[in-house]
Design a protein around this ligand. Structure first.
Ligand SMILES: [Zn+2]
Length: 243
């Protein structure tokens, strides 16, 4: 049987966003984060951290410094009886157009292969709309937390759930999230993005998304909300910036 994961953004979601944190001394857990991770672990979810660390490309953080921060993060959680199953990071600059920077799904595909993750039943929790897009793109559900940058993020597309913080997000996944259909907005928005950037997408995932759209009974209910998003993007079928 395949594993189901909760992909977790790091800065602004699990720990306070300290803007290119490069010292383990500055590591500070967001209130409720530790009990939240414990709840998810007890629920049987694999805990996988996925973090964009462009500070490495910008020479503001070294890989060694980041590893020291991750060692402390894993260590503190371990003392609390929590096992982080894996940490994946993207060291690239936003302009590198890499495959691994969220919302691209390189890190999810890598985790899926390495840890046998069933991506379509998995979740991502983060404080940026790119975390929600990331989830939609790998075929899972995306939750925006209002900690970190979350309060300032434009909620387009509409996340599957908007949570006060990681604890609220974990509670939603356990109580509700695995039982309800995926948010059509996120799925459709990602198809629009995929059409603009075919090189960063994988066909198997596209089929999963298409299938989930066909199977999704809440399509009509969400159509109205999606039309708002469509207006925002003008024409999702037409590449905005052909390269
Ligand atoms: Zn990358």
């Amino acid at each position: 049987m395949k594993n189901i994961a909760v992909f977790l953004d790091r800065d602004g979601t699990i720990i306070e966003d300290k803007h290119y944190l490069n010292d383990p001394e500055g590591l500070e857990f967001i209130e409720g984060a530790i009990p939240a991770l414990k709840m998810l672990q007890r629920g049987g979810y694999k805990l996988i951290v996925v973090t964009n660390q462009s500070g490495i490309a910008k020479k503001m953080v070294t890989v060694e410094q980041m590893n020291a921060i991750h060692d402390k993060l894993v260590g503190v959680l371990s003392l609390n009886g929590i096992k982080i199953d894996d940490i994946h990071y993207c060291p690239h600059h936003p302009q590198d157009n890499c495959h691994c920077r969220k919302p691209n799904i390189g890190m999810a595909l890598k985790a899926s292969k390495k840890s046998g993750i069933d991506l379509t039943n998995s979740f991502c929790i983060g404080d940026k709309i790119s975390d929600v897009l990331f989830a939609g793109k790998f075929g899972g559900k995306g939750i925006l937390v209002l900690t970190g940058h979350g309060k300032n993020e434009k909620q387009e597309p509409v996340p599957d759930y908007v949570a006060k913080d990681l604890y609220d997000a974990a509670k939603w996944i356990i109580e509700t999230g695995s039982k309800i259909p995926k948010n059509q907005n996120v799925q459709e928005a990602n198809i629009a993005i995929v059409q603009n950037k075919p090189a960063n997408f994988n066909n198997k995932n596209r089929n999963n998304i298409n299938q989930s759209i066909q199977n999704n009974s809440s399509q009509n209910k969400n159509r109205k909300r999606f039309s708002k998003f469509r207006k925002f993007h003008k024409n999702p079928n037409k590449p905005a910036n052909p390269k």
